[in-house]
Design a protein around this ligand. Structure first.
Ligand code: FES
Ligand code: FES
Length: 151
């Protein structure tokens, strides 16, 4: 089947298999490999994207469900060559090691700060509770969130 959707502000079309995930369509049909595929079960958050402005795990959404809707991926956060402030904060805070979790954490953090510009510790932990990182121990990730919020 063919779907039409808006991805990172651009009208896109894709031929998909009705049972495939939005994550698969983004990565394999639409040339956007930023959203990572780790668990495919909604457990790790590495595939986090915004669907009509709502944070979702792209592995749990059928591509067909995104037909006619708007998706923002990590690739859509930067303004041209200029990184999104959350991306800059992750780099400056040293919150990236292997980087596999980073796109999902960046999208989830950008979503948090758009809703709650000055989150407290509990709000940060709650907002990122669906995003797993196996490298950093989270301390530097939380530093990055506070750094981005401070800006
Ligand atoms: S790959 Fe989607 S939550 Fe892990
Ligand atoms: S930096 Fe490696 S999983 Fe988070």
């Amino acid at each position: 089947m063919r779907i039409e959707l808006t991805v990172n502000g651009e009208a896109r079309e894709a031929d998909i298999w009705p049972g495939e995930s939005l994550l698969y369509a983004l990565r394999e049909r639409l040339g956007l490999p930023g959203s990572k595929n780790a668990c495919e079960q909604g457990e790790c958050g590495s595939c986090s994207v915004l669907l009509d402005g709502r944070l979702v795990c792209a592995c749990l959404v059928l591509a067909a469900q995104a037909d006619g809707h708007a998706v923002v991926t990590v690739e859509g956060l930067a303004e041209g060559e200029e990184l999104h402030p959350v991306q800059t904060a992750f780099v400056e805070a040293g919150a990236v090691q292997c980087g596999f979790c980073t796109p999902g954490l960046v999208v989830a953090t950008a979503d948090l700060l758009a809703r709650v510009p000055d989150p407290n510790e509990d709000e940060i932990r709650e907002a990122l509770s669906g995003n797993l990182c196996r490298c950093t121990g989270y301390a530097k990730i939380f530093d990055a969130v506070r750094l981005a919020a401070g800006r």
